[in-house]
Design a binder for this molecule. Structure first.
Ligand code: NAD
Ligand code: TYD
Length: 352
């Protein structure tokens, strides 16, 4: 078996940084090349603890730049890809869909084209792992779960761009025998998540005693998974998943938004030494997100039965750890919420 030289795209982002850390520490014989454009969501601070390790290299680059991607493939003799680079926030996709189509669809096709060019027809010991989302399956009513057989029904520009890329990755498998595997995961939470997504946004707002903008009635449901558990699942699927297969990853952990938010408020009151009920007073119902998906819920039994993965920690524990991380890492939070963040925040929330 050849030595693994893995290109991890989007490795400076939220999930990518946890995947990079896991692989760098767990597999000292692998070379890990973190390829990231460093958009607003990418932050090398996320990887300070491992960036001097001999099996880690950072390359600043855009997956849309085919020539530079090819140069990187050749320079580092890349034989595996774990592809996480993407535009990832639904609200931003509503404001600017084209950027999502560029990065998520064209960017994925570019990567696969370069891989095919560099790997030729010899796909032995090669792997292209495409990291995707459960949002491609659409919106559930009160019952049922997404399985790997559920038809795609994406309803936001973000989820449609991810669905398009999933289809392309599968098409390359059927057409060229391309050595791909896909996973579709539910909502992640944990350290280093950019505070545009629900949990870190609300932690930051509670800390600053700012309003908590709950979309619509707050009755939408999400299935939350600790980011480190997602990284573990990616490790398992990367090593044990079958070519051409899709694996759903989920936390078996559904929460209605408003219940989660009230729970988060209680944890924050306790950690900040505020009177219980203080943070809940910040809850403000605002105009709903356009096309807001009602419910996501993953059936992850294929992954459990075939590859033996299941989540490691309970949400209550994971959320408490996450709150502690944000409170202990004030500098990280202050850095990412300076500059352009204020502009984004005002555009997104002031008109609501
Ligand atoms: P993120 O927005 O935190 O990070 C994305 C990273 O990609 C950033 O580091 C950014 O700089 C980089 N990037 C963006 N455009 C690029 C380009 N053109 N070239 C190179 N790098 C580029 O995203 P995340 O939440 O960590 O999500 C990572 C992946 O996991 C995405 O593909 C997303 O669709 C998927 N996913 C996310 C979740 C979730 O809950 N966050 C759930 C399931 C799947
Ligand atoms: P988000 O973290 O954006 O993830 P996704 O939309 O990809 O599931 O949002 C999670 C849920 O929280 C979703 O139902 C939308 C809701 N939400 C709010 O109510 N207010 C907010 O400010 C944000 C960002 C999200």
């Amino acid at each position: 078996m050849s030595k693994k030289n893995i290109l991890i795209t989007g490795g400076a982002g939220f999930i990518g940084s946890h995947v990079v850390r896991l692989f760098v520490n767990k597999y000292p014989d692998y070379q890990i090349i973190n390829f990231d454009k460093l958009t607003y969501a990418g932050n090398l601070e996320n990887l300070r603890d491992i960036d001097q390790k001999p099996n880690y290299t950072f390359v600043k680059g855009d997956i849309l730049d085919e020539a530079f991607v090819e140069e990187t493939f050749v320079k580092y003799a890349i034989n595996s890809v774990i592809h996480l680079a993407a535009e990832s926030h639904v609200d931003r996709s509503i404001t600017n869909p084209l950027e999502f189509i560029q990065t998520n669809v064209i960017g994925t096709a570019n990567l696969m084209n370069v891989a095919r060019k560099c790997w030729g027809d010899d796909f032995s010991d090669k792997r292209f792992y495409h990291v995707s989302t459960d949002e491609v399956y659409g919106s559930l009513g009160a019952t049922g779960y997404f399985t790997e057989e559920t038809s795609y029904d994406p309803r936001s520009p973000y989820s449609s761009s991810k669905a398009s890329s999933d289809h392309l990755v599968r098409a390359y498998y059927h057409t060229y025998g391309f050595p791909m595997v896909i996973s579709n995961c539910s909502n992640n939470y944990g350290a280093n998540q950019f505070p545009e997504k629900l949990i870190p946004l609300f932690i930051n707002n509670i800390k600053q005693e700012k309003p908590l903008p709950v979309y619509g009635k707050g009755d939408n449901v999400r299935d939350w998974l600790w980011v480190n558990d997602h990284a573990d699942a990616i490790d398992v699927i990367f090593h044990k998943g079958e070519n051409g297969e899709t694996y759903n990853i989920g936390g078996n952990n559904e929460w209605q938004n408003i219940k989660l938010i009230k729970f988060l408020c209680r944890i924050m009151d306790e950690k900040l030494g505020r009177e219980q009920g203080a943070s809940e007073k910040l809850i403000t119902y605002v105009k709903d997100r356009s096309g807001h998906d009602q419910r996501y819920a993953i059936d992850a039994s294929k992954l459990k039965n075939e590859l033996g993965w299941s989540p490691s920690i309970k949400f209550e524990q994971g959320l408490e750890n996450t709150v502690e991380w944000y409170l202990e890492n004030e500098d990280w939070l202050n850095n990412v919420t300076s500059g352009d963040y204020t502009k984004y925040y005002n555009q997104q929330y002031n008109a609501r």
